[in-house]
Design a protein around this ligand. Sequence first.
Ligand code: GLU
Length: 445
Amino acid sequence: MQDVVEKVYEQVVARNRGEAEFHQAVREVLESLGPVISKHPHYAEDGLLERIVEPERQIMFRVPWVDDAGAVHVNRGFRIEFNSALGPYKGGLRFHPSVNAGIIKFLGFEQIFKNALTGQGIGGGKGGSDFDPHGRSDAEVMRFCQSFMTELSRHIGPNTDVPAGDIGVGGREIGYLFGQYKRLRNSYDAGVLTGKGLAWGGSLARTEATGYGTVLFAQSMLATKGDSLEGKKIAVSGAGNVAIYAIEKAQQLGAKPITFSDSSGYVVDEAGVDLELLKQVKEVERGRVADYVARRPGARLVTEGRPWDVPVDVALPCATQNELDADSAASLLRNGCAVVAEGANMPCTPEAIEAFQAAGILYAPGKASNAGGVATSALEMEQNAGRTRWDFATAEAKLTGIMADIHDSCVEAAETYGRPGDYVLGANAAGFTRVADVMIAHGIV
Ligand code: GLU
């Protein structure tokens, strides 16, 4: 790291003690900025770097709720409004027991540059709670969401901050959150949340967008080598929204995804994933991956480890942060894997990324490859503002165009700053300069 960025990093560590994931996300971006600042030293002036690593606003609140048996629970709610240079804060809400300030801050920080890469005029934010929706009834989830929104509602708005889903927050939760927001504000502000149901302001293709976009990005990377996904074996992790629709798009492009996973283990289905069955188990029944194996002859469940030991050509980590470490990277490389595109946020550890880059394989960081989700959220906001609704083909065509543009921006920035093919540098440099230029235009705020 250059001296000037090293100093900023040390300050971040000192002021945000114990927030390891936030430190990791900041480090990855700052490490890329050496060549950018050498070429354009003004980016290190006027405290710009110090400002960009400091959230504009951090909200933390109590979320009390009553379970079906009458017992009172107290969770913690967060919303980090990180950067509004490019537009209203935009980013999902995560409901998972692992959620804390450091996790939300890392996600919010990533979101700034991801959203900038989409070119759509959205700032960066993130929120969530340590609430665990697993095993909770619909009524419990509803009461939690209502309590959460009772506080959050005073901080958000269609031109201020627009939350959406992330891990543990899907259509059901967005519905309860929207219902409570509308009631509290007495205002049908469809554009205050994205990921809404189709009957009340949602966008076609939003559900599919993150997974589809990740696969489209992998396809674009392969195209730079004159190759494609056709006939490639793929390991996917996760079994949520991102993983399911990554599998769907990969199958449409003639590839063969053979794994997926959840916290109970991973499934290997050498015949290729039966997508209808997977959707039935995860989307309809809210079941576990073992329920898939029980109904799918030939598929096996592995309860130890992660799917990265399975020999494949392409890996799509679509579960959660730091799920693919140095050992997993070594095993993927040993087995000849030549493409890694992140569907989740920061799923590869720094050591894994280093191994991929040293081996010279195609590696896409999530802030570029998983930006299709938030990009389609911005398309949803656009439809809400125009009181209109596009058909699936229109929304998907826009998503496809945005992913191609993001890919090309990364390639171009990597070349400009002297490291062709380095998508980490490309994504960070392209995202950073877009935000930084506008922050400079807005003065010291
Ligand atoms: N949570 C998603 C992400 O990580 C989507 C955010 C959104 O749609 O606002 O980008």
